[in-house]
Design a protein around this ligand. Structure first.
Ligand SMILES: *Cc1c(COP(=O)(O)O)cnc(C)c1O
Length: 401
């Protein structure tokens, strides 16, 4: 009690996840009896499909409750290899794939494995909140590559080239993107893949939303457009989003054997194997029926269309049409400088606080994703909530003078 501990510099420099912080604030208000509509959640609102749960019950009944191989059980790795084959047309060896406790831990392991102090990692903006801290925890330096909503947050290839130097270790790609819902074109992926080969830098592709797309086209990543980039691509994926399994904590990666082995070594000295029961469940998710994914995507698409219709009817907002994931990233900067009573809205954080306290809706400030002009709505909530939430949003934003 009262002790003032000297914590590590590492943890002092670390910022807590801002999306989880917003969620906590919203939950606190809810506890106090305030009726909050939550647009800040980053997980599907669908239940984990029954056949996946059954596989977990079976695993427990059969006593599959002990340590497994650090890098995942062979049958799950086999299913992952099959998925990678479908996604990219490439054959991966078991030593080139591994399973971790979520896609997030895959990313953590990867940057611990490839980055030394002072190495640079290029992160396109807007980015998923955890990329910069994960790079920094490995001693690396995030280098930001801005993009603009006017051209669909396309990657600025010339700018990318100008950022590459002898310290550049990797670039992170996330398509479909959290927070924008944007999908990179085959041409962009081709360019990036060529740049990676030429400059010997890794492309870490975060494909976690691969199956949640509304464009009707096949999934593409650098490997599917340019298989020759294989030596430089590390794929990250998982079952959290596409199988509605966020709580089960299973993610996986595929990449060059040396990198994967290094990640496995790190995992062996930190978390060891991912949960044995969840691995069996993930196996059922990957190999079982896929119809629930289509149902889920169809529902997300309806919600996206509705939310876009509502937002586009409000003056001064700009919303690039999301092609995947379950987020709408909305430019609210034309409202900056306006006020409600004594509160002046000058940035995305104040805007999100205002929307929470006055509008009783929870959204995430764009600042968390590196672009302060925006706020992020997650539409992983019921249509009923979205309808009521859009009414509240419209009312709150129109009250700004
Ligand atoms: C949800 C998410 C992840 C990883 O989630 P896990 O639950 O750790 O598998 C990774 N990247 C992005 C962009 C996400 O939104």
């Amino acid at each position: 009690m009262g002790e003032n501990y000297k914590l590590s510099q590492r943890v002092k420099n670390l910022k807590p996840s801002p999306t989880l912080a917003t969620d906590a604030k919203a939950k606190l208000l809810k506890c106090q009896g305030v009726d909050i509509i939550n647009f800040s959640v980053g997980e599907p609102d669908f239940d984990t499909p029954q056949h996946i749960k059954e596989a977990a019950y079976d695993a427990i009944r059969n006593g599959f409750t002990k340590y497994t191989a650090v890098d995942g059980i062979p049958e799950l790795k086999k299913a992952i290899i099959q998925k990678f084959r479908e996604d990219t047309g490439l054959d991966y060896k078991p030593t080139e794939v591994m399973v971790s406790t979520g896609g997030k831990q895959c990313l953590y392991n990867i940057f611990q494995a490839i980055v030394d102090d002072g190495d640079e990692v290029i992160i396109p903006v807007p980015y998923w909140v955890s990329y910069p801290p994960i790079v920094e925890l490995a001693g690396g330096m995030p280098v930001y590559l801005p993009s603009e909503p006017e051209n669909g947050f396309a990657l600025d290839i010339d700018k990318l080239k100008s950022l590459i130097n002898y310290r550049t270790k990797a670039i992170i790609l996330n398509s479909p993107s959290n927070p924008t819902g944007m999908v990179y074109s085959a041409e962009e992926l081709m360019e990036i893949a060529k740049i990676a080969i030429e400059n010997k830098i890794f492309i870490v592709t975060d494909d976690i939303y691969d199956a949640i797309r509304f464009d009707g086209k096949g999934f593409e990543n650098p490997l599917s457009v340019l298989p020759e980039s294989r030596d430089w691509v590390i794929m990250v994926n998982g079952v959290s989003k596409t199988c509605a399994m966020t709580g089960w904590r299973i993610g996986f990666m595929g990449g060059p054997e040396q990198v994967v082995k290094a990640c496995s070594k790190i995992q062996s000295q930190s978390t060891s194997n991912p949960n044995s029961i969840a691995q069996k469940a993930a196996l059922a998710g990957l190999t079982g029926p896929k119809d629930f994914i289509f149902v889920m995507c169809g529902e997300f698409k309806n919600r996206r269309d509705y939310i876009l219709k509502r937002l586009n009817a409000i003056e001064g907002l700009k919303i690039p049409v999301p092609q995947g994931a379950f987020y709408a990233f909305v430019d609210v900067s034309s409202y900056f400088g306006k006020s409600f009573e004594n509160l002046k809205i000058s940035d995305s954080l104040i805007m999100s606080d205002y929307l929470l306290e006055k509008g009783n809706i929870a959204v995430v400030a764009g600042a968390a994703f590196g672009d302060d002009r925006f706020i992020r709505f997650s539409y992983a909530t019921s249509m009923k909530n979205i309808e009521a939430g859009m009414d509240r949003f419209e009312k709150a934003i129109k009250e700004l003078r």
